[in-house]
Design a binder for this molecule. Structure first.
Ligand code: ADP
Ligand code: MG
Length: 732
């Protein structure tokens, strides 16, 4: 369905203001309902026996599997809790490689042939399911005879009740695997990576005296979600928004974000109502969202929670994206999560703030007042930087997608080159350490003496550089190149794996120096120093958008891959294969399969975009332009026949000429594009198809857009069949 643009605008104008006033006053306090739809500790205490509760907590704390008996007891309590809250169905909730979430609902009860109802939710139903997700991408992991996927309960992420309209469904977070246990989702690799990092971090942490009580290290993630909102009627009037989530054509409006009047500006009432409603839904599910504000682009906003343990934070972000869609529909709005819905204005990202913290409550990336003298902070800080330098290509690959290519490669924050920004003060600390050398027989005293030469923090160490893709912001690293649609699990998995591996490396280097007779503190400082020197090329404080940086980065040997098909190859290099194997995050077979899905996703995305563009151009744009062309032709003909001088009909004549020229160019290039698509599809290997879409089809799409946007300027507004940027971005 595609409404002509005028009926779309009319729909909006004819709406009642009361259409938007249905949201309750929200007078109740957040605290009274926060987490009310989560099977939280509080609910567990109420619905599980003391003993079951303790056993479950212990198992979760220790990251252990649950016994069958325990599952049965938990299932009973969970079901009672859920039915008390009005739930009628339960679902295993998982994150297939499509990138969003999936759920298959089953009723708690079944009707037997004699008409009586029997309970269907057992310990087994909680622990494992066979949702037969054979249509989810599996990258060849499932040959047809074992096409089924299995979901298995992840007790470390709490179950919750999803309310949609009148329905209430108990959702159980699960992993999604093959019969052989291979990961078909984002979650299992994430959990494994966290496990690996934890083991490595625990070893390293024990090098420092103050950490005797530490028995667990977890990764923390605080995401920041950017998004656009558009009116529903306008959304439906654009086939490209409906089918691809972005505008494939559309002339930039005379006013965009030049005036910076949208950023942090006052939030329009309708949008604020949406935000409040969304926050309420988030709070019910225990998603601790806290900040909301306008972003740079007109119609662009941001939402961020307090940080959480990474597994839960990932689930919460996935859940959030789902809620955003659902709540928007209630408000006659549509959320655009795409990284670049509009050309010419800011795209949307999802900053991932990453850190590590101990069960004793210590943030391992907190510098304290004297970072230069804090060996423990320096260890985790420098190890992370070293890991990013070592695996910059893989980190880049972890955020690659057809949609994110519009941000990363395309002169927009941040660039596709991975560099690390640490601020002026810490840069100086790094330089100072790198320039001082310890003698081989240095003792604790010498180490302290050397460190005491390093100056104290004089000013705020969190100065910002918005052009950096990876920045230290006070007590965490902020990964800015993540795209707004992305499942955070991918970059988080890579972060955990690479930092975990580097920590292992750190530990063994320190141990080896100690066994050579070096004092422990001196050994630690010595490895830190080596790491700093080795990582120097990845540290960059300048303007990441500049052309000079691209040249400089190349000299430094930093990879720069603006396009997904090239970028994701980093997953299957010898180095990455070894990394995934060693960290136990992905087996060789899983890695191949996941890579295959990435390539496939890329191809499908571009294919859908290219087809949609072709249709829009042939069915909407050209007919409108031709109609107007006829009108102009008639006008010229009439003026000529009336005997007017040539200069009197020159204006409509040149206009006609320009329109005709663009029509011809569009038609020609649409044919070429279709042809390139066909040729691309004929390739044997997926890699070759992706390459063809990237380097043959995509440039033609861009070219067609230029001509279409010119037509939009030339053709009468009355005839133009597609909602314009002006309307999409400024009708609130
Ligand atoms: P911005 O980057 O927009 O200026 P902030 O610097 O305040 O905003 O970053 C806020 C984000 O950082 C929040 O999502 C918050 O949860 C997250 N954050 C803060 N501390 C940590 C931490 N130790 N680990 C992970 N994320 C954190
Ligand atoms: Mg940020």
């Amino acid at each position: 369905m595609s409404l002509p643009r005028f009926s779309a605008v009319d729909t909006i104008l004819n709406r009642n203001s009361s259409d938007y006033d249905f949201i309750d006053s929200q007078s109740e306090s957040i605290a009274s309902y926060f987490g009310c739809n989560v099977f939280s500790n509080e609910s567990m205490l109420k619905y599980l026996s003391e003993e079951t509760y303790q056993k479950l907590r212990d198992a979760i704390k220790a990251g252990k599997n649950l016994s069958r008996d325990l599952s049965v007891e938990v299932a009973n309590g969970m079901q009672k809790w859920a039915t008390d809250k009005g739930a009628t169905h339960y679902a295993h909730w998982f994150q297939p490689l499509t990138g969003r979430t999936a759920e298959k609902h089953d009723s708690f009860f079944n009707i037997t042939p004699d008409g009586s109802a029997i309970e269907e939710f057992s310990g087994d139903a909680l622990a494992q399911q066979e949702p037969d997700g054979s249509s989810f991408p599996g990258g060849g992991l499932r040959s047809t005879f074992e096409a089924r996927g299995y979901t298995a309960w992840d007790p470390s992420s709490p179950a919750f009740i999803l309310e949609v309209g009148e329905s209430r469904t108990l959702c159980i977070p699960t992993i999604f695997v093959t019969y052989g246990g291979e990961a078909l989702d984002y979650k299992l690799p994430l959990l494994k990576s966290e496990d690996y990092l934890e083991k490595a971090a625990l070893k390293v942490i024990k090098l420092f005296k103050s950490n005797e009580d530490v028995s667990r290290v977890s990764v923390t993630l605080g995401w920041e979600q950017e998004y656009f909102l558009v009116d529903e009627a306008l959304f439906y009037a654009r086939p490209d928004l409906m089918l691809t989530g972005r505008t494939l054509i559309g002339k930039i409006a005379p006013k965009g974000q030049q005036l910076d009047d949208h950023y942090f500006g006052s939030i329009p009432k309708r949008i604020l109502t949406y935000m409040r409603d969304l926050e309420k839904e988030c709070h019910k599910l225990g998603i601790p969202v806290r900040t909301r504000h306008n972003e740079v682009g007109p119609g662009q906003y941001e939402l961020a929670p307090m940080f959480e343990e990474v597994n839960v934070a990932v689930d919460h972000n996935q859940l959030l994206m789902d809620l955003m869609d659902r709540v928007a529909i209630k408000h006659k709005l549509r959320v655009l999560l795409h990284e670049k819905p509009f050309a010419g204005v800011n795209g949307s990202g999802k900053h991932n703030n990453w850190s590590m913290s101990t069960n004793t409550g210590k943030n391992l990336l907190k510098p304290g007042k004297q970072p230069g003298k804090n060996l423990e902070f320096l260890t985790f800080f420098v190890t992370t930087i070293r890991a990013v330098h070592e695996h910059a290509d893989l980190l880049r690959a972890s955020v690659a997608s057809a949609s994110n290519d519009h941000r990363l490669g395309a002169n927009e924050a941040p660039p596709a080159i991975i560099s690390v920004f640490i601020g002026e003060f810490l840069s100086k600390v790094m330089k100072d350490i790198a320039s001082e050398k310890l003698s081989d027989d240095a003792g604790v005293k010498d180490v302290m003496e050397l460190l005491s030469k390093i100056p104290e923090l004089e000013k705020d160490n969190t100065d910002r550089n918005r052009t950096s893709p990876f920045a230290f912001t006070g007590n965490k690293f902020e990964i800015r190149m993540v795209g707004s649609t992305k499942n955070c699990a991918s970059p988080m998995t890579v972060m955990n794996a690479i930092v975990g591996k580097q920590l292992e490396d750190f530990y063994s280097k320190v141990e080896s120096l100690i066994s050579d007779g070096m004092n422990k503190e001196a050994a630690i400082l010595s490895v830190i120093r080596t790491y700093i020197i080795e990582s120097e090329p990845v540290l960059f404080e300048g303007d990441g958008y500049s052309d000079e940086w691209k040249e400089d980065a190349e000299k430094r040997g930093l990879p720069n891959t603006p396009n997904t098909p090239d970028a994701i190859k980093a997953y299957v290099t010898e180095k990455s294969r070894a990394l995934f194997k060693e960290t136990n995050v992905l087996s060789e077979k899983e890695l191949e399969a996941h890579y295959e899905v990435m390539v496939e996703n890329y191809i499908l995305n571009l294919q859908i975009e290219s087809r949609t563009l072709g249709e829009m151009v042939i069915n909407h744009v050209l007919p409108a332009a031709i109609k107007y062309q006829n009108e102009l032709a008639l006008n010229v003909k009439n003026l000529k026949e009336l005997g007017l001088d040539k200069d009197k009909f020159e204006a409509p004549f040149t206009l006609l000429n320009d329109i005709a020229e663009n029509i011809a160019l569009i038609k020609k290039n649409v044919l070429l594009m279709t042809d390139e698509r066909r040729k691309g599809n004929d390739y044997e290997e997926a890699d070759e198809i992706a390459h063809a879409y990237c380097y043959k089809v995509k440039p033609l799409m861009e070219k067609i857009r230029v001509y279409v946007d010119r037509l939009e300027y030339l053709v009468s507004d009355e005839y133009w069949p597609i909602v314009k940027y002006r309307e999409l971005m400024f009708i609130k």
